[in-house]
Ligand binder design. Structure first.
Ligand SMILES: [Zn+2]
Length: 413
């Protein structure tokens, strides 16, 4: 009798193997690419999204995660981070960068785009040490400076090391991994570095990201976004103090809307010094909102007003932006900007990179780069992060069993 029961059980489990590995049930799905904004179940098989539909039966999955009351979004894509850590290189080629896995998953990020920490001379080292070993999907803008961001005052000012042909060649060697060309921190009066970066971008068919903190009368910001950048090129540090944003009456300057109409992309790139409430509050109120929301993650920014991507996204909630618009700017928008359109959404067959967020209500304060505060009443917190179908962050054990189910003596393999 017992034997029959065992056999029957074996037979049933062999035939009724649930098709899904994971099922997130009852969460509010925000997927702007697929125009989903409502309660849906999300099923995962292996490392791919298997289904997004209402009421997928729980017995069709090996593990069911109750996501009721939470937001389920595509894995967040941080367009501007510095993760060339692990070497003892100077500045962003070492000490100022952070290791991706230690900072991404806990804030819902599954894809981090390194913003030009490495150039063509040290990209191979970056790839070997970080990109190939991280569980986070790490993509990169390649710096137009061959040595990358290895010295703001020195290396990054070296016109002789800005070689558009070598840069484009290196980018072509890693299609899909190098997703753009970066030019940063140049202080001189000429346009040559920007134009070389654009030339490399043209040769490699990639967008250019510009990160300047200083503008000069010889090369004003207006000219950068109205003439030098192409449609699809990106200016990061949108709410930097040095960006001419407002007229004497506090109105957003019309050239910014003109540049956007030309197709120039404006990214947040918060950083330690590049996001001011004085700029962001009036600009957002008047409709000059970012195309993408990113951190400029590095050792200084994460310990200052930036903190992490969810904190930066929460700032836009505090500015009155609807949550679906905020999430779109950290998922589908950046994926499109870097031409990786298989990312940033939850279509069937897409990589199973998923973030589960809780919108916490309370009294919160958000600091800008000047250390001034804006108060808010809600904040996004990462409950669960799934990368390629695997749970890589689980704040409250949403995907776990209760402890009595654990064996006293774990099975040895
Ligand atoms: Zn940066």
């Amino acid at each position: 009798m017992i034997r029959i029961a065992v056999l029957a059980f074996v037979a049933v489990s062999a035939f009724a193997q649930p098709p899904y590995d994971l099922l997130l049930k009852g969460g509010h799905v925000l997927d702007s690419r697929n125009r989903v904004n409502g309660v849906m179940d999300v099923a995962v098989t292996g490392d791919k999204i298997a289904a997004v539909a209402p009421n997928i039966p729980a017995d069709r999955a090996k593990r069911v995660i109750n996501a009721a009351g939470l937001y389920v979004t595509p894995g967040l894509v941080d367009m501007h981070a510095h993760v060339f850590a692990g070497t003892m290189g100077p500045e962003y080629t070492g000490a100022l960068s952070v290791r991706p896995d230690g900072f991404t998953f806990r804030s819902g990020v599954t894809t981090a785009v390194d913003a030009g920490s490495a150039g063509w001379r040290n990209f191979a080292e970056f790839k070997k040490q970080i990109i190939d070993t991280a569980e986070t999907r790490v993509l990169a803008f390649l710096n137009i400076v061959g040595n990358g961001m290895a010295g703001r005052e020195t290396v990054e000012q070296d016109l002789g090391d800005m070689d558009s042909a070598r840069t484009a060649e290196e980018a072509a060697r890693y299609p899909g991994l190098i997703v753009g060309i970066k030019i940063a921190h140049y202080m001189g009066p000429d346009w040559m570095p920007v134009d070389r970066a654009v030339d490399a971008g043209r040769r490699a068919n990639l967008p250019v990201m510009v990160d300047f903190a200083d503008f000069r009368k010889e090369r004003p910001f207006q000219q950068l976004v109205l003439e030098h950048l192409r449609p699809g090129d990106i200016y990061t540090h949108l709410y930097l103090g040095a960006v001419p944003m407002l007229d004497a009456d506090g109105k957003v300057l019309p050239y910014l809307f003109e540049a956007r109409k030309r197709g120039v992309i404006f990214d947040v790139g918060h950083g330690a010094g590049s996001f001011l409430w004085r700029q962001a509050v009036p600009a957002v109120r008047q409709g000059f909102v970012p195309d993408s929301i990113s951190t400029d993650l590095h050792v200084h920014s994460m310990n200052a007003g930036m903190k992490d991507l969810l904190n930066v996204m929460s700032k836009f909630l505090a500015l009155g932006m609807p949550i679906e618009d905020v999430v779109a700017r950290a998922t589908w928008h950046p994926a499109r900007e870097i031409h990786r359109e298989e990312l940033g959404h939850l279509s069937t067959g897409a990589p199973a990179d998923i973030t589960v967020l809780r919108l916490v209500k309370g009294d919160f304060g958000f600091l800008d780069a000047r250390g001034t505060r804006l108060n808010g009443s809600q904040k996004l917190v990462a409950e669960l992060t799934i990368r390629a179908g695997r749970v890589v962050w689980d704040l409250n054990g949403l995907a776990a069993d209760d402890w009595p189910s654990a064996p006293v003596h774990p099975k040895k393999n």
